[in-house]
Design a binder for this molecule. Structure first.
Ligand SMILES: C[S@@+](CC[C@H](N)C(=O)[O-])C[C@H]1O[C@@H](n2cnc3c(N)ncnc32)[C@H](O)[C@@H]1O
Length: 396
């Protein structure tokens, strides 16, 4: 056991502590804690370990705001005050991107009840998050970060399970458009009990089986279709701010033609098309790109939107001219994509990232080629957790 002071937050939610000339990566505490740590792995000067006991709590800790106290495997930063959470995340982004100054961080418009999508596990008659590093279900009946209609839907499902018995699905995503919550179960459409219709709109394996599990999301005044498998940002009000910033940044750069990689349902590009800018949207998921094309048609901007269903990494960047590139990849980032983007030399690149560690890696070919990282803005779409959305604006 070693006594360590947890000094900073890492992009993966662990904390960093100095030990002599090395660093220990520690799971289980929050920045500011003095803790007793069991070292699980030594690597030269550096090591990793797990908190075994709290010796002196961080001065930024608060009373546990939730009865589950992060035992459900969720909210790993809930023990910190909201201000300390924002400060820790902004410092983490600064450190990861090696910025001279702490970037601007915009808090979530909703402090609680901000999650519009929630993926939960099912086992027997239990439904809830899975405990960290475990398959156990924590049978939560309240969740302060989920929107109220999502929690209601969760409890409706639990009541159904108690009455009818287990379902043959490992997981369900409860998805809300801000008012209406629907269920998207993973699994086969065979053997879906007809009584499940009583809980509401249900999709299984990506398609509606009872009612209509397709949502309409309002983003920047546009109604975007989101069918059951399609990604959308979990924090609707936070997304409005983020999408507005991306739109304004792109339009201010006077684009002739925009390429949007990892486009989803068109969250970041349909507003550009509506403003008259031709866009090409590249997305892997067929359902999402069909949503995007459907919405473009409804908005009357199909002539401004070209769609490509393919991995963004395989898109041939040299086949068209683009002066602005927007990309918003999943947590693993966009390996190799920005090196290829150098072939077309867009004057502006807007990188929206939910994992600043992969973004820091991905932008290196651009900065090495002389692009400047002109603006970095963080949007806290995930209060009480270590996650943070970061927008990086690069220009040549
Ligand atoms: C973080 S989401 C962003 C979606 C959209 N830009 C938005 O703002 O809602 C990432 C999207 O990339 C898609 N995706 C994942 N891997 C991909 C890949 N290799 N190539 C293209 N799209 C991919 C996912 O289906 C998802 O829609």
């Amino acid at each position: 056991m070693q006594t360590l002071d947890l000094s900073w937050l890492n992009p993966d939610g662990s904390c960093g502590a100095r030990r002599g000339k090395g660093i220990v990566t520690v799971r289980g505490g929050v920045p500011g804690d003095r803790v007793e740590v069991e070292i699980t792995r030594e690597r030269g000067r550096n090591a990793s370990g797990e908190v075994r006991s709290l010796i002196e709590p961080s001065p930024d800790r608060r009373e546990a705001p939730c009865p589950w106290d992060a035992n459900c495997g969720g909210c790993d930063l809930a023990a910190l005050t909201p201000e300390a959470q924002l400060a820790a995340k902004a410092r983490m982004v600064q450190h990861t991107l090696r910025l001279d100054e702490t970037p601007q961080i915009i808090g979530s418009p909703r402090a609680i009840g901000h999650r519009a999508r929630m993926k939960v596990g099912l086992k027997d008659q239990q439904v809830g998050y899975r405990r960290a590093r475990s398959h156990d279900i924590v049978n939560i009946d309240v969740c302060r970060i989920a929107r109220p209609e999502v929690v209601d839907a969760l409890n409706r499902l639990r009541s159904w399970l108690e009455e009818h018995g287990p379902l043959p699905f490992p997981e369900v995503e409860i998805r809300s458009d801000g008012e209406r919550a629907v269920y998207a179960f993973e699994g086969s459409r065979r053997n879906v009990p007809s009584t499940l219709a009583s809980i509401g709109d249900v999709a299984v394996g990506g398609r509606s089986v009872f009612g209509d599990a397709t949502l309409t999301l309002n983003v920047l005044g546009l109604e975007l279709r989101a069918s059951p498998p399609s990604f959308y940002q979990v924090n609707l009000e936070g997304n409005e701010l983020l999408a507005g910033f991306v739109r304004d940044t792109v339009l201010a750069s006077n684009p002739a033609r925009v390429l949007d990689l990892y486009a989803g349902i068109g969250n970041l590009d349909l507003s550009l098309a509506v403003a008259g800018v031709p866009v090409t949207a590249v997305e892997l998921e067929g359902a999402a790109i069909r949503d995007l094309a459907y919405t473009a048609d409804k908005l009357g901007v199909s002539d401004k939107v070209a769609v490509q269903t393919m991995p963004a990494e395989r898109y041939d960047l040299s086949r068209d001219f683009f002066d602005v590139l927007v990309l918003d990849p999943p947590r693993s980032g966009a390996p190799g994509v920005l090196a290829k983007a150098l072939m077309t030399r867009p004057h502006t690149v807007v990188y929206v990232s939910c994992n600043v560690a992969s973004a820091a890696r991905d932008i290196r070919p651009l900065t090495q080629a002389g692009y400047r990282l002109e603006e970095v803005r963080c949007y806290d779409l995930f209060p009480d957790t270590h996650h943070i959305e970061t927008v990086l604006v690069l220009r040549r």
